[in-house]
Design a protein around this ligand. Structure first.
Ligand code: NAD
Length: 352
């Protein structure tokens, strides 16, 4: 691993990964390719460690000539593929970009990688970053998701990610492209765009605005700190076996309501409400998302046993640090909130 292409590196997890990689592997050259959609932000890539080792390229993973040129000119030997449309609600209201980026974009990258790999000698790796949502929903008593769980995606987002996983696996089997896949549970941490549950609750709580909770907030998710996810991906790049899939999770399964209440309690300690009420008084239950998966839980035995990875962050502590990050990065929040598209979407989707 000398020359790494990170797609979607200006997004939430991608930018955390670029930071983690540059800090952990100072000899490695990193190229970020990102379209800078509403979710991608150049601010996420400010103040990087070893910035002389990093280059940003603004572009689309569906642009085959551009991808070909990057792979050749930068002598890329490792691709870490994060770029995606990533928000389930947006996939329900407008699925087309999910098909284009998540499926056609992944296909375009795979084709370019196949050609580049055929023309070069030496090690090569295509790592595809995916989600546990491809496995569908768990019913009470079901075993956690694992690498052997059959795919059963329920939303256009998870269906598009499932499709991309199948393409990556097929390129490994058919063309022997050295691929790995990781399926990870919900991430939280710094630089997450505040349309997702945790940053949305932090942001609204900070602004003393209502905290919208789908249904009764009974859905259960596994939560992983983004730094733990980044370290897991780095382990897979260094020690993972070609053709293998690794499930990644945080071994925390609170309900959505429990997460929101924890955030409220932490906010009470850091930023009391002006009217003296606790932040939980801002919670509002809103109409549930169609087809909302009830429970996710993930078995991480394989990555723990094969690669010696374990999550380091405790959820309570990780949430507290994440709130501190949002409280001390208001310039970042302001620039996010100035995006009219985001504000309009928020209004439309979280009417009381
Ligand atoms: P994000 O929405 O924050 O970032 C996605 C990035 O991809 C953005 O910077 C965006 O500009 C870029 N992008 C979108 N379309 C592109 C295109 N056509 N060409 C180039 N760049 C494009 O997403 P995230 O939460 O950081 O998720 C990253 C990856 O991890 C996704 O593949 C997602 O499916 C997966 N994942 C996310 C989570 C989670 O909890 N967020 C959990 C498991 C897996």
């Amino acid at each position: 691993m000398k020359h790494v292409l990170v797609t979607g590196g200006a997004g939430f997890i991608g930018s955390n990964f670029v930071r983690h990689l540059l800090a952990s592997e100072p000899e490695v050259r990193v190229v970020t390719l990102d379209l800078l959609t509403y979710a991608g932000r150049l601010e996420n890539l400010e103040n990087l460690p070893n910035p002389q080792q990093h280059r940003f390229i603004h572009g689309n993973i569906c642009d085959r000539p551009l991808v070909n040129a990057i792979l050749a000119e930068e002598a890329i030997d490792t691709i870490v593929h994060f770029a995606a449309e990533s928000h389930v609600d947006r996939s329900i209201s407008g699925p087309m970009p999910f098909i284009e980026t998540n499926i056609v974009g992944t296909f375009t990258l795979l084709e370019a990688a196949r050609n580049a790999w055929a023309e070069k000698s030496g090690p090569f790796r295509f790592h595809h970053v995916s989600t546990d949502e491809v496995f569908g929903a768990l019913q009470p008593g079901d075993a956690p998701f694992s690498e052997k769980t059959a795919y059963d995606p329920h939303s256009p987002y998870s269906a598009s990610k499932a499709s991309s996983d199948h393409l990556v696996r097929a390129y490994g089997t058919t063309y022997h492209l050295p691929v790995t896949i990781s399926n990870c549970s919900n991430n939280y941490g710094p630089y997450q765009f505040p349309e997702k549950l945790i940053p949305l609750m932090i942001l609204n709580g900070m602004m003393q605005k209502p905290l919208p909770v789908y249904g009764q907030g009974a859905q259960v998710r596994d939560w992983l700190h983004v730094e733990d996810h980044c370290e897991a991906i780095l382990r897979i790049l260094k020690q993972g076996r070609d053709g293998e899939t690794y499930c990644i999770g945080g071994d925390n399964q609170p309900s959505n309501l429990e997460i929101v209440r924890t955030i409220c309690d932490l906010l009470d300690q850091k930023l009391p409400l002006a009217n003296g009420q606790p932040h939980q008084s801002l919670i509002r239950f809103v109409t549930d998302r169609p087809g909302h998966d009830f429970r996710y839980d993930i078995d991480t035995a394989k990555i723990e046993q094969e690669l010696g990875w374990k999550p380091k962050h405790n959820l309570q502590q990780g949430l507290s640090e994440t709130i501190d990050w949002y409280l001390s990065n208001t310039a970042w929040l302001q620039s996010v909130m100035q995006k009219e598209e985001f504000n309009a979407w928020l209004e439309q989707n979280y009417q009381q």
